[in-house]
Design a protein around this ligand. Sequence first.
Ligand code: 5AD
Ligand code: SF4
Length: 472
Amino acid sequence: MERKQVLVSPEELEKQKHYINILKQRVSDLNLKYHIITYGCQMNVHDSEKLAGMLYEAGYQETDNEHEADLILFNTCCVRENAELRVYGNVGALKSRKQANPNMIIGVCGCMMQQKEVADYIASRFPFVDLIFGTHNLHRFPQLLLQAIDSNNTVVEVLDEQGSIVEHVPTKRAEGVSAWTTIMYGCNNFCSYCIVPYVRGRERSRRPEDILDEIRELGQKGYKEITLLGQNVNSYGKDTGNDYLFHDLLRDIDKLPGIERIRFMTSHPKDLSTGLIEAMADCDKVCEHLHLPIQAGSNRILKAMNRKYTREDYLRLVDRVRTAIPDIALTTDIIVGFPGETEKDFLDTLDIVKQVGYDSAFTFIYSPRTGTPAARLQDQTDSEVKKERLARLIELQNRISKDKNLKLLNSVTEILVEGPSKNNSEMLTGRTRTNKIVNFTGSKDLIGELVQVRIREAKSWSLEGEVVTQDE
Ligand code: 5AD
Ligand code: SF4
């Protein structure tokens, strides 16, 4: 397979191993503990698993308790303003702890740091921060941490240029049945409201063989469910100049032993090809769930958002997906209050939500992001109007979600059991193939197993059920 770009850098991995070893010699007897605070999407959560993996290899132990941590790391998100404000508040709150314990290390990394003015602001506003780095050099964390330990000043390394992909970075995954794998980095779409292409760079796909090896190994370790991650997973492979695309990858993962369920997110409607719909229908392990962000229901706003489809295109796509996979669950992302959004535009959003009948939706108030084209538009929507629209949208979606869930009453469905339920430790929790949470009573031995559950109660956000015994 000929590649247009050589993206993988074994040298960087060798360097990383070298610095992990030095770090290990330095900290091994000290019993140091780390605490990572993660904001934002699953890609960030997965990046934190890599940060944790590097620390773990170097001899650090994880702690849930921020107050006993020797190293606190903030892995930040800049997609919306409220996540940014929380970072400023939480970093600022550590000032007195750092004064009391100067040996403690505070690091700030992730998407927010890829914006130069934000990294500069953190460095000047919070001089007690020891280390600042971005997303493109995450693999250099062990070396940067060593520098920070040895320096009295803030160590700052943020690269403008996306580097090569570094494979085999140690990863400390959450224990359980599900694992995440990033299959591609970056985004080429430049939706006019979105900061991601500026901070995560252009699309770079990992090599198929690296992804397949990783998932094969996860299957051997006992993981049953894999979620493939990327800002735009269904454009996987297009950057390589090869003809191995996302649907080819899905078909190859489907053949791997051990893995029972395959999920992926996020898909852009413009890249949802016939080949992908066919692969989803054909592959037994690919779950009947598609997260397909619509963002807005008005063609005028979709155009202003640079989404490259109309509501009619989207509805046709939904029809084709439902024809191929009749019981598929559809979920989406929606933004209210994009600049210039009128009441009529918003009613178009409510209308498409009704027409599609989503199983659930992530709903957001538009947040102007400096550097994006939409932030420069004059006609920003009033914040009270945005809040009021969001409330109406949520109210509608909750009703639809509940109706959809009510239709499942008394049906029997396969659940992958994840562990004890969050709200009631007497119960177990798991998900249907359509990604709905089901709580039910059952023995802890079932954790990690696929079980048949009869649905007995439906809420907007979850279902309750009971295990179906063999003789039923
Ligand atoms: N304001 C509000 N929501 C946004 N999203 C991305 N950028 C913004 C913004 N500036 C939402 C989109 C995207 C999700 C991950 O976050 O709906 O799909
Ligand atoms: Fe942002 Fe659009 Fe790329 Fe998604 S597809 S990350 S919304 S630019």
